[in-house]
Design a binder for this molecule. Sequence first.
Ligand code: 1YM
Length: 630
Amino acid sequence: MGSKDDYNAESIKVLEGLEGVRKRPAMYIGSTGKEGLHHLIYEVVDNAVDEALAGECDTIKVTLNKDGSVTVEDNGRGIPVDMHPVYKKPAMEIIVTKLHAGGKFDNKAYAVSGGLHGVGISVVAALSKKMTVRVKKNGKVYEQSYNIGTPMHPMKSSEVCGVEERGTTVTFYPDDTIFSTTKFEFSTLLNRFREIAFLNAGIKIIFKDETQGKKEEFHYEGGLVEFVKWVNRAKEPLHKPVYFKRQLDGITMEVSIQYNEGYQENIFGFVNTINTVEGGTHVAGFRTALTRVINDYVKKKGLLKSDSLMGEDTREGLTAIISIKIPHPQFEGQTKTKLGNSEVKGLVDSAVTSALAEYFEENPAIAKRVCEKSLDAAKARLAAKKAKELVRRKNAFSLGGLPGKLADCASKKFEDTELYLVEGESAGGSAKQSRNKNNQAILPLKGKILNIEKANVSKALSSEEIANMITVIGAGVGEHFDIEKLRYNKIIIMTDADVDGEHIKTLLLTFFFRFVPKLIENGNIYVALPPLFRIRRGQKDQYVYTEEELKKAVDKAGQGATVTRFKGLGEMSSEQLWETTMDPETRKIKKIYIEDAIEADQTFSMLMGDDVQARKEFIQENAKTASLDI
Ligand code: 1YM
């Protein structure tokens, strides 16, 4: 293999060292499938990232070449090339051909970037048909190529370059006798490089795929702050990201958090830039600290008197990145992506506790918003628990059957099914007559479900009407919600356009928002928009939805029109109800988005709150406008 005799002799020794890698590649790179293949690139890139973290380089280029090889290039100091005093070989050769090159060259105290297995470039060389390492430094280009880890020739330095030029370029051809596939996936690499760029602020990564003519560049001066913003890019953030960095006992901890209007918890942990999908002690420490700081704050500010917020309450709508750099990580778990170092939990806990408490003191407006979000979550949790108990109790008594007043539909085709929640027994009766029995179900709700002005949320939930509704919808509430069990595709709220109707609509939307927000996010909730007036000209009927529309319509037609005002749904004949509110061809329905529900929730809170004057004004205002469009 070597081009010279003495290299042949050396090659045998080298092969002995790297033979283990070729015999049991999975031990070193995880697998010989797609993941392992991609791992080769990450190992080389990690070396370049370490050089960047040492403050010696700022740009890393990765290229998928047309001939199936991969090139990784950095503008750092260049892998050392000086003679090793004992081996009498250039450092480059020792680094590439010896597993965990030790001694003089193993002084990478700051090398904490990635590498799930952290095995280094020699493993990549051993698993490549060919690898070439080129180093530019001191105005010279040093180069050596290797075949499955053994040098093909002594390191040469025949070329020259500008003295200011420096860096390392590694090109390798994965060995197709080892890997089940040698095809790299652009998107997998792209995501990983984006992540690396987020986690190492300031590094520029230029990624090119020459086989497809694609190029992407990642460079984030803001690091984790930009990472959090990126994760929340399609969400509505509640505040600007919180960020802090602390160093304790040789461990660097960086955290950025930002809450959004949603309910999902998104905590991403990284250890030495590895995504610890299974969590571990760093994430545990963060959670403990978050729960403590928020609890302390709400208690101190008198926002919560008894009870405590639970951890889950403080994580609703939370996006957080916890990135730690640690010299000797211990990875555990099924996929070795769980941090095991027990000392880390306490360190992260105390760092986050002090940094976040300080941040809250300095940014009371943000602290308030975050605490309100957690308090809302706690309220919802308690009410959902009540509702669940109620449904359980109810099921125990009613043998789990559907309520008798439900007029169910026949269709088994989920997409077509609709449930009308109808205000009032009489409108419910008309709706039952008008509906298309095949796909439209009707559940009448008592005219006034409850006196909203006096009841609170959990009381609202203990109403039999609401319990019936939960049973009929079928998907449960709160943490027991299961969308797979949903019985209807569209759930349509149909109430009168008066104050009571508005109240019931507000209550129902608040219910959906707090206990089954997924139904809203999933686009299952609608409100029906029944017309307010009928204008009859001879045999022809026109339905209008607002007073303004009526005015316009009557001005244009002029004389000879009879106008009927519908006071409530119950006043319509079943034909009219079908035509105006239930026939998919002619009806008007409005899909409810989370913003609509939030508005309802706020209105509801206001109606329930202590501000009697505000409530009075709202009701008076609504009494006037209830006849207008909603
Ligand atoms: C495209 C891959 O490997 N770059 C790279 C590697 C090293 C250095 C610079 C480097 C490190 C140090 C001193 C040091 C490596 N050095 C070693 C060893 N890019 C790529 N760039 N001088 C240069 O850490 O002290 C191994 S890799 F062993 F010398 F430390």
